[in-house]
Each structure stands twice: as C-alpha cells, then as structure tokens.
Design a protein around this ligand. Sequence first.
Ligand code: PLP
Length: 485
Amino acid sequence: LRPMDAEQLRECGHRMVDFIADYYKSMETFPVLSQVQPGYLKELLPDSAPNRPDTLDALFDDIREKIIPGVTHWQSPSYFAYYPSNSSTAGFLGEMLSAAFNIVGFSWITSPAATELEVIVLDWFAKMLKLPSQFLSDAPGGGVIQGTASEAVLVVLLAARDRTLKKHGKKSLEKLVVYASDQTHSALQKACQVAGIFPENFRVVKADCSKNYAVAPEAVSEAISVDLSSGLIPFFICATVGTTSSSAVDPLPELGNIAQGHDMWFHIDAAYAGSACMCPEYRHHLDGVEKADSFNMNAHKWFLTNFDCSLLWVKDRSYLVEALSTNPEFLKNKASQANSVVDFKDWQIPLGRRFRSLKLWMVLRLYGVENLQSYIRKHIQLAEHFEQLVLSDSRFEVVTPRLFSLVCFRLLPPTSEYEGGRQLNYDLMDAANSSGKIFISHTVLAGKFVLRFAVGAPLTEEQHVDAAWKLLQDEATKLSGSACI
Ligand code: PLP
C-alpha cells in the first residue's frame, strides 16, 4: 500500500476531475431531488468492507449506478429549495488544496498560514460588508470561520452566557433568558439546549405578519419587562437578516438599542442574506449592526464558497476566548504562551479545524468583488422575474413581499377547501418535486402552507426559472382542473 504516491494521485486525480466535470456537464439529466426510497443503498452494497483493494474503474461504476441516484443535486440549475449551497471552480480548487495540505490548524503553530489567512480574509470580508471597525482583527474583535451558522450561534451564546454569569454569579443560570422571534432558525433553540439555558427561558416572540414577519421591537421589550419583573435575567437577543421561511429582516437598530439598554448580547444571524449586503443597494439591511456583539453569515450559502464556511465576527473576542479556551500541556508552545498569536481552537467547539480560509480567499481572488456582486444581483433579478410570473397568474398569490432571491407563493385554494390550501399546495409541491425536474420546498406562515422558490444555484439561468414556472402552472392545472390564464 502506497497511499500517498504522487504519481498515482496525479493520474487518479485527473480522472476524478474529469468525472466531476462530466457530472456538472450532465447535471440536468438527473432528477434534481433524489427519487430513491429509504434504505435503497443497503440493497446495493455488500454487508462488509472489502478485504482486497478494488479498482478506481469499479468505484466510478458504483458512483454512477448506486450513489448518484441517491444524490439530491444542490448544484442543479433547477434547484430552488431551502436556501442554496453554492459551489464554484474557485471554491472547489480551494477545497482541493485544503484537502492536499490536510492540516489540523487548531493553534497558530500548527500552520501559521491557516490562521493568518483566516484573519486577513475575514478582515477583507468585514470591510466588504462595511461592518463596524470594532469587528476587525486590529480592534478588540475579529472574525473566525465556523462550520455552520448553528455552531456560530452556539459559541456566541456560550460567550454571552459566561459574560452574564460572571456578573450575576454562577448560580444564576436558571434565570438567564434568550429572546428571538418565531421566525428565528431552530439553530438557536438547539444552541440553548446545548448551553444549558432552561427551556422555559427561551422566549419566542411572535413575528409581526403585517411587517413581513419581522419581529416587533415593542413585543421584545414587553417580554423583557415581564421577565425582569419576575426576577429573571434577560441576556441574549438574536435578530435575523433574511429569515429562513420568508427572508424577513428584523429591525436591527431598535433591537440593538433594547439589547444595549439591558446589557444583553445582541447577535445577528444573516446566514443567507448576508451575501446580498455586500451590494451597496442592499447594505441598508445591516444598518444597526454597529450595535451588535456578533454577526454571522454563511459564505457557503450564496457566496460561491463550497460547504462548509460560516463567517462569524465578534466585537470583543475576549468573551469567546474566556468561554472556550483550554490550555493543556501537550498544546503549549512558545507563540501561544507569548500571547503573540491567535489560536482559533479557543474560538470554536472542536479542537481540530480545516484550512477553510483557502477556498474563501480563492473565491475572492479569482472572481473579485464586482463579479460576486453581479452574481448576487443576477439571482435577485431572476427571483424578481419569477415573482412577476406568479403575479401574472391569478390562480396564485405571492404571500410575502420579496426582499432578496426568495419568492414565497402559493396556489389559491377554492373556497371549499377546508384546509385553506394546505393539501392543494402540498400536492403541487409533491407533483413538481416528484417529476425530478425541479426541487422547491415549503414553509408555514401565519397558518398558511407556503411554497418557497429560492434562486441561488450557480448554474441557474432565466430558462430554468421559466421552465420551473411552466411546470408549476401545468401541475396546478392538473390539480385544479382550471385552464392557465
Ligand atoms: N440561520 C438561517 C437564517 C438559516 O437560513 C439557516 C439555514 O438555512 C441557518 C441559520 C442554519 O444554517 P447552518 O446549516 O449553517 O447551521
């Protein structure tokens, strides 16, 4: 066995790149949503690992016949579900190089370039987003790459928890209260569970449907007042820029004022819509970020950076480090002991970390900010186009105003449908997704079952949006028996 023979890597690597390029070229021949049944793969693969080596050819055959049918093609141009998860040549090359070095960069010493590139690229990015200067690495703050937005909110919740417990005493844990809206991603609830926040102290404030499902600051204030009068300790507010269901934007300045007024941690989750805010015409959605203690966006969603790459900035890194650092003997080294370097192990949950800044650096270097802005704008224009198509067919309605590249819409139910359109729209989504031609997802807003059409895959063009709309119209016609208008 010569597992890292350079010539073998060259030969097999070229073949794999060819295989991947062919996959991308033939993407549209596959059903976007995998159509396999649960357990399908157990029927196709042996019960135990092979004792003798197999050939790469045999493996490619299995990938074609057994694996690809069970893949949902997130990079398909007809993928419109959830939020996107972009790949790109630059991101892909970065992943390759990161796999090549295969470092475990927990401390600066384990690969100085990994830490230093991460610091530099996150500073670049903070400047692109016009984040306040306190979030930069030469201030008390700084940026770090987490795996996901869920990890990002967990680490800042831990930092906030410990900051508050330091002030009120360790025994106050049961009194700590977290505030968010009913549109906040479930990642926050999970973070609360992990951080030991008492479940009854997770305050879910109903979003305001008259404000496109943004939370009303008065409602948050009121909840805080009630809790204060019961002797509880409000300590964390999470706002969202681009909620998961409808891409609503919470009122950051007002929520920030409330948080500052009560010495609470203010976190902003811009996992999806953060990317749009690098375009000047969308930057206003971040107004108020100067009041935040932490800000997060996923470069792996809508920024051409292959999964995973979630960017987190904090205004004061000392709280993160205090909550998460350890200093075992076996990791001690001169640079760390001298306090002259960043050790990102102290900004995250795991010890080990990948060289993820490479792919982000490559995306920025090989595409440049202007191209990246055009890319975002194009998706938003395509979503606008889809929205116009929906509006032009009186059988449908657009449910919430579109802010970015997500359109929330539904087929209007006949007045006789007692479920208010739930079954009808479920059937429409199911028919469209089962066709294999597109993949869309759903949500529920104010009790309405709503279809979500999110533009963001890197290969999507107007023709794909038009074809998706035609399919939805045809399926609607079949379901309701009425003619297209
Ligand atoms: N926050 C928002 C607004 C999201 O839309 C999502 C996922 O779509 C998340 C958080 C969770 O993202 P992750 O998978 O990176 O944890």
